[in-house]
Ligand binder design. Structure first.
Ligand SMILES: NC(=O)C1=CN([C@@H]2O[C@H](COP(=O)(O)OP(=O)(O)OC[C@H]3O[C@@H](n4cnc5c(N)ncnc54)[C@H](OP(=O)(O)O)[C@@H]3O)[C@@H](O)[C@H]2O)C=CC1
Ligand SMILES: Cc1cn([C@H]2C[C@H](O)[C@@H](COP(=O)(O)OP(=O)(O)O[C@H]3O[C@@H](C)C(=O)[C@@H](O)[C@H]3O)O2)c(=O)[nH]c1=O
Length: 291
């Protein structure tokens, strides 16, 4: 049986794809940069020849939005050249491709959710690199599935905003959060499961996938603390401009979809996030007892 080939093995999305493909009984091979450098054509060719996948899930990318302003060569290498080369190789081999883009392709001037056909106008290098990737991928492989998403949260690693907000409050420390950027947060397990469903169903083209609900980062942090039974007062709201970030963020980048809502509400996702944390904590405690 041909496998799914997943890139970006050491990252949040790649790890989540491996975990959920295993749970769902989907044959998948997860490759790190050493095994598959998406920006190297010979590395892609070798991996496609070796594993003969029916589809490639590109979970690789450069996500340091502020660093991208001064590290543009690497940002465009990983975010634009990589997906383009993957699309060219997949087109040549008759292999499907799923790749991910971002809400940061929008400039934030809308006050209603951005649909897939909304005008794009990225504010920074990261957003530009993702938009160029969308255009290159769909030019080389019109059947590709390109998912725009945003603001990951997950209990499976600590590299996300919600983890840091909860951790700070649990330490009894204040957590500063932007109160003038409105986003649609995305629970990574929901994103992965729905992306897999769409891939298996043969979906193509641009899809917006985020959980339902629009929040400022500060509102998201307060909701997470409230649901966790923690004092919301730990959240210190601040204007985004006061953080001194190198890259501008769109004031409003909530995503909606012309295909209709695909994921549950943010509140529902946060409750499952907190339940998952509890399970992980219990597993860790058992693991310690077993050692
Ligand atoms: N995090 C978020 O909130 C959002 C993320 N996305 C998109 O989702 C995707 C995954 O993001 P996320 O999981 O958070 O990112 P992570 O930084 O957690 O993981 C990215 C992974 O990509 C790998 N990688 C980078 N360049 C290459 C390359 N040339 N070849 C192979 N692997 C490479 C990295 O490996 P190494 O460690 O070796 O560098 C790392 O394992 C990205 O495309 C991102 O733009 C979209 C919207 C929101
Ligand atoms: C750590 C931290 C972040 N923030 C804000 C900054 C940022 O806008 C947001 C999330 O922090 P990040 O570093 O993830 O910031 P950011 O790079 O804006 O997040 C983005 O990641 C890229 C990859 C995307 O594609 C976007 O969809 C979005 O998720 O929260 C706070 O308000 N307080 C904090 O303490």
């Amino acid at each position: 049986m041909k496998p799914l080939l997943i890139t970006g093995a050491t990252g949040t999305l790649g790890q989540a794809f491996e975990r959920l493909c295993h749970i769902r009984g989907l044959h998948a091979v997860l490759l790190d940069r050493a095994a598959l450098d998406i920006a190297a054509a010979d590395s892609i060719r070798a991996a496609l020849a070796r594993y003969q996948p029916w589809a490639v899930v590109n979970a690789a990318g450069y996500v340091r939005v502020d660093d991208a302003e001064t590290d543009q060569d690497r940002c465009y290498r990983e975010n634009t050249t990589g997906p383009r080369l993957l699309a060219e190789a997949c087109a040549a081999q008759g292999v499907q491709l799923l790749t991910f883009s971002s809400d940061l392709v929008f400039d934030g001037h809308q006050a209603t959710p951005y649909l897939e056909d909304a005008v794009t106008a990225p504010l920074g290098a990261y957003g530009r690199s993702k938009l160029l990737a969308e255009q290159a991928v769909l030019a080389h492989l019109p059947s590709a599935l390109v998912v725009r998403t945003s603001a990951f949260f997950s209990a499976w690693d600590e590299h996300n905003f919600v983890y840091h907000a909860l951790a700070a409050a649990r330490r009894g420390e204040p957590f500063e959060a932007a109160d003038d950027l409105v986003i649609s947060p995305t629970y990574v397990p929901d994103l992965v499961n729905t992306s897999l469903d769409l891939l298996l169903d043969g979906a193509q083209g641009l899809w917006h996938l985020t959980n339902q609900g629009a929040y400022t980062w500060a509102e998201l942090a307060r909701l997470a603390l409230r649901l966790a039974g923690l004092d919301e007062a730990y959240v210190v709201p601040r204007p985004a401009a006061s953080f001194g970030w190198a890259a501008a963020r769109p004031r409003y980048s909530v995503l909606g979809s012309a295909h209709g809502a695909q994921l549950p509400t943010v509140e529902n996702a946060l409750l499952r996030h907190l339940a998952e944390e509890g399970l992980l904590q219990a597993e860790n405690e058992v693991a310690v007892l077993v050692e």
